[in-house]
Design a protein around this ligand. Structure first.
Ligand code: A5P
Length: 216
């Protein structure tokens, strides 16, 4: 497989969904970087928010207007990459440690469009599952979550630690609920099928959940 070509095709297909006047959330990662080039080339009049400092810098360099995610309370579209795309529609993100901000952007969006190459397709969700952890009490959080490993990376832009869970996954909804309830976890990288409206693997479109109508 030509991974790079597939990423580009997916990026192009997602960018074709963007229209003048939209508020667009920009994800994080190498596929998103290709998407930024394609989006900038369209020279649309749009508002953008970025899910990471890396994306913000890259977008600005390409001339895309990026604003803080403070005033916008709804996004028309978020375009983002993924680390795992499972056959049952579950997705894992956070390979770049940006999943908390990515999940907030996704929750604000009418449409979450995932772009990836086919090497991200998996039968079912598996370890590692990225985690963002609060520093406070982190030794005890890590102990409860074991097997889990802190990543040797800079803290998140929100000052938190990035780790990966290497334990049994089983049913992603059950594990997701466990992580949601665990004090000390800011957020985890498991994204449920109901927030993913579209997946592009290369040029292949896999429609997912219905779009959420933004209320106006
Ligand atoms: C960032 O934290 C991740 O969620 C990325 O979206 C994911 O790692 C995909 O990255 P690539 O497009 O580089 O594979």
């Amino acid at each position: 497989v030509d991974v790079e070509a597939e990423k580009r095709e997916a990026a192009q297909a997602a960018v074709a969904l963007v229209e003048d006047g939209m508020a667009v959330g920009l994800g994080t990662g190498s596929t998103v970087n290709l998407m930024l080039e394609a989006l900038a080339a369209r020279k649309l009049s749009i508002r953008c928010i970025a899910t990471s400092v890396r994306t913000e810098v890259a977008a600005r360099e390409l001339g895309l207007p990026v604003e803080p995610f403070d005033d916008l309370d709804e996004l028309d579209l978020v375009i983002d990459g993924a680390d795992q795309i499972a056959a049952d529609g579950w997705i894992v993100k956070g390979g770049g440690g940006a999943h908390t901000r990515e999940k907030i952007a996704a929750a604000a969006a009418d449409r979450l469009v995932i772009i990836a190459s086919s090497d991200k397709l998996v039968e079912r969700v598996q370890a590692p599952i990225p985690l963002e952890l609060l520093r406070f009490g982190c030794a005890s959080t890590l102990r409860r979550l074991a097997p889990v490993k802190l990543r040797d990376v800079a803290p998140s832009p929100d000052g938190n630690l990035i780790a990966d869970y290497f334990g049994e996954v089983g049913d992603p909804r059950t594990l997701s609920a466990r992580f949601d309830f665990e004090p000390g976890i800011v957020d985890h990288g498991i994204f449920p099928p109901e927030i993913v409206t579209d997946v592009f693997v290369g040029a292949k479109h896999m429609p997912g959940a219905p779009r959420r109508r933004p209320k106006h």
